[in-house]
Design a binder for this molecule. Structure first.
Ligand code: GLN
Length: 315
């Protein structure tokens, strides 16, 4: 067993959960009404080890949209389809040091990395571009289902419609990249953006997202179904970029203090990977000024205080 004393882990996680329930700092994202209406008190935690032990607390079965947490999955899919060399002709792999939706490209006129909006839009353009939109979305949704191993994976059409209507910045990023000829030849920009909004509108619950995280922690093999979804090499590259770029403008501090690959989204979801050990999802909608879940970040701090999960803890 990767966690020999699972009962002790549960007790500690429960203590962290109890300690954070009263935290009410931060604001729910309100750029679309569907996010603004979410109950800010929602708080779910779920965990799945790489040998399939599971545990969930609080609102772990309430669904929320993945938003930016679609970015690492789409990056993995792009790598699987094209290989790293081809993918990185269109997107960089350095932290941008700028906001997640800032109108900026790197010195080569490419998005800085796949974990910010411009890079995520670019990854969408790379996913089966010659197929019908419906098939492209099915491909992504089916991958989420396989990663979640039978857990909840859905689609929120209201979120999608709102995202599409409130998308000036993402359209601006798209046109900016097109001006710089960053996209593959033949890219349909409108379809690419709509595909990105659809991916952001995929719905999960904390339980299913913890299994997705555990599949990454397990090198691309779902620990419940034993199915290989991504190669170990793809996952390694994805986790590296999650470590350096996964937490918006807090990524550097997060890598320093927490030392784990993670990805957050504006819905308040947070996916944390302890490589080789377990995957965790924390969902709590109130966000800090940088756009990360307040309780999610606080949970991570508590986690590495209590367990030696920081990548350099064993030195
Ligand atoms: N749909 C959001 C956007 O593109 C997702 C971004 C996020 O979660 N930070 O603006």
């Amino acid at each position: 067993l990767v966690i020999p004393d699972f009962a002790a882990l549960r007790t500690e996680i429960f203590a962290i959960y109890e300690g954070l329930r009263g935290v009410d700092e931060g604001q729910v994202a309100d750029y679309i009404p569907q996010l603004g209406r979410v109950d800010p008190e929602k708080f779910g935690i779920a965990l799945c080890t790489t040998d399939g032990q599971r545990f969930a607390l609080g609102d772990a079965e309430s669904v929320f949209c993945v938003q930016s947490i679609c970015k690492p999955i789409n990056y993995c899919l792009a790598l699987e389809q094209h290989g790293a060399e081809q993918v990185h002709r269109h997107v960089g792999r350095e932290p941008s040091g700028r906001g997640f939706n800032e109108l900026t490209l790197n010195n080569e006129g490419l998005p800085h990395n796949p974990m910010i909006n411009s890079g995520a839009i670019m990854c969408c353009s790379l996913l089966r571009p010659s197929c019908e939109m419906a098939d492209r979305f099915d491909h992504v949704a089916e991958t989420w289902r396989r990663l979640a191993g039978g857990g909840a994976v859905g689609f929120n059409n209201a979120v999608y419609l709102s995202e599409r209507r409130t998308a000036d910045r993402n359209f601006a990023l798209g046109y900016f990249m097109r001006e710089h000829r960053a996209f593959p030849d033949g890219t349909d920009l409108t379809e690419t953006l709509e595909f990105y909004f659809q991916c952001c509108s995929i719905e999960v619950d904390a339980r299913s997202l913890s299994v997705v995280a555990a599949s990454l922690a397990n090198g691309g093999v779902n620990p419940l179904t034993r199915e290989r979804i991504f190669s170990a090499d793809t996952v390694r590259k994805c986790l590296s970029l999650m470590s350096s770029c996964g937490m918006y403008d807090y990524s550097g501090e997060f890598a320093f203090a927490i030392g784990l690959p993670a990805k957050s989204g504006v819905s308040g979801g947070l996916m944390i990977v302890v490589p080789g050990v377990l995957g965790i999802c924390v969902w709590s909608p109130r966000l800090d000024a940088l756009g990360n879940s307040v309780r999610g970040v606080a949970f991570c701090k508590e986690l590495v205080n209590r367990f030696n999960f920081h990548v350099y803890d064993t030195l």
